[in-house]
Design a protein around this ligand. Structure first.
Ligand code: NAI
Length: 461
């Protein structure tokens, strides 16, 4: 029987990063992955392919809407959907192959197959039994299902099916105004689909700052997305002319409905533990199916769990950080994840990014804070690139000025947020950011101005 220091089950961002870090720290490591390629949901059917389509359609949007203003006459632009999907496939392949290369470079063994916990320190992969002093479960998540809505990945699709539709639908209905619904809804709206988003709550992107929620919804409405808010979808039936969708208004129980060519179900994801043998191995599952763990440690010594299969935000970078921390802990170091500084990004246009506390959370906790805000409308670089929609809002402690959070909507928001993540890791005050020289002309000047707005006030507004 092959023996390892660490067996990682799952080759997504949590698992593959953990495996590489283990190997770098001198541990004999195997990664068990059943999919034909490494990278998990993120690289194969999630973050990476969706970003390829978001980028391509953003270029289309620019060509159709901004080129003329910029003095570029490109003629009529058109879409070759097959080629656009081809671009997406190439990007996915390059990324997943890249992980194979990194495994070879670091000496991680990829065992292809589905892993099952089979007694203390044992994992079964098909007919083979392997032994590991440590086992890291990184099996990720899968799309949640909705009662009355049967996903067939053709006309009623999850995010996976939405990334490979054979044709651009004329009418797309999206159930759920979360990250997936808004990103993929944007993609198809830019491609010309009539997109209607049906959301149970009264706001989009639950958990985000209220001003971001309202600003993003307004921006997407301007792009032509339609929203039905406060409506719980209760059923979808595929028929001759399309899919009939029914919903019930949350407040007064009024019935509503529409017909669409394709329905995207984007109502969240759930932990994936099918076939793992989690409970017979002694692991505790929460009532929502997550593996109970604390800083990667499960209830069973020697078995660790990281990423989407555990509680917390379902984000690739959170999984990666947990993978590194667990690898370091196994190697005898002091692995640690700072859960207060995990950014989240929505790759719509304008982009949205956030880290740390929201105003609503601080109000509820009764903590005194100040909010400094700056609009991209007053940022020179944003004006030059016709990207003035949005703002930077920084939140700082009212007494100490220490940064507690940042909420950004605008150009490159996902890149700008990192400055605040680093600042927060170092316990910086808003004044520290305000006193740091920011290159001109950059979007990052809006971050500095928001920091100034936490103090005596910005220069440019
Ligand atoms: P989500 O939890 O972000 O949003 C789901 C939405 O569906 C919620 O607003 C909810 O109120 C609504 N909903 C639920 N049941 C409904 C019903 N019956 N009728 C109408 N609305 C209903 O989930 P989403 O967008 O599916 O994303 C899943 C996970 O993947 C999230 O944890 C997200 O963070 C992650 N993800 C992250 C990305 C990023 O970081 N850019 C990109 C894509 C996914």
């Amino acid at each position: 029987m092959a023996e390892y220091d660490v067996i990682v089950i799952g080759g997504g961002p949590g698992g593959y990063v953990c495996a590489i870090r283990c190997a770098q720290l001198g541990l004999k490591t195997a990664c068990v992955e059943g999919r034909g390629s490494l990278g998990g949901t993120c690289l194969n059917v999630g973050c990476i392919p969706s970003k390829a389509l978001l980028h391509a359609t953003e270029m289309l949007h620019e060509a159709q809407n901004n080129f003329a203003t910029l003095g570029i006459d490109a003629g009529a632009v058109s879409v070759d959907w097959k080629r656009m999907l081809g671009h997406k496939e190439k990007v996915v392949e390059a990324n997943t192959r890249g992980i194979e290369y990194l495994f070879r470079k670091n000496g991680v063994e990829w065992i292809q197959g589905w892993g099952q916990l089979s007694g203390p320190g044992r994992v079964r992969v098909g007919e083979e039994l392997i032994a590991g002093r440590n086992i890291v479960v990184a099996t990720g998540s899968e799309p949640a299902t909705l009662r009355g809505v049967q996903i067939d990945e053709e006309r009623i699709v999850s995010s996976t099916g939405a990334l490979e539709l054979t044709a651009i639908p004329e009418r797309l209905a999206v159930i759920g105004a979360g990250v997936i619904g808004l990103e993929l809804g944007s993609v198809y709206r830019r491609l010309g689909s009539e997109v209607t988003v049906i959301e149970y709550l009264d706001h989009v992107t639950p958990g985000m700052d209220g001003e971001l929620q309202r600003g993003l919804k307004r921006a997407l409405e301007k792009q032509g997305l339609k929203f039905v808010m406060g409506a719980a979808v209760s059923g979808a039936t595929a028929g001759e002319s399309g899919v009939a969708l029914n919903w019930t208004a949350r407040k007064d129980g009024a019935e509503g409905g529409m017909e669409a060519d394709v329905v995207l179900v984007a109502t969240g994801r759930r932990p994936f533990t099918a076939g793992l043998g989690a409970e017979s191995a002694g692991l505790t599952l929460t009532d929502r199916g997550f593996i109970r763990s604390s800083h990667g440690r499960t209830d069973v010594p020697g078995i660790w769990a990281i990423g989407d299969v555990t509680e917390g935000p379902m984000l690739a970078h959170k999984a990666e950080d947990e993978g590194i921390a667990v690898a370091e802990t196994i190697a005898g170091q002091k692995g640690h994840v700072n859960y207060d500084v995990i950014p989240s990004v929505i790759y719509t246009a304008p982009e949205v990014a956030a880290v740390g506390r929201t105003e609503a959370e601080l109000k509820e906790a009764g903590r005194a804070y100040k909010a400094g805000k700056f609009q991209f409308m007053a940022n020179g670089r944003a004006k030059a690139s016709l990207a003035t929609d949005g703002f930077v809002k920084l939140i700082a402690d009212a007494g100490t000025d220490r940064l507690l959070g940042a909420h950004i909507m605008g150009p490159a928001a996902g890149e700008l947020i990192e400055e605040i993540c680093v600042a927060m890791e170092f316990g910086a005050a808003a004044e520290d950011v305000a006193r740091t020289c920011h290159a001109h002309p950059t979007y990052s000047e809006a971050v500095r101005e928001a920091a100034l707005a936490c103090g005596d006030g910005p220069i440019h507004s």
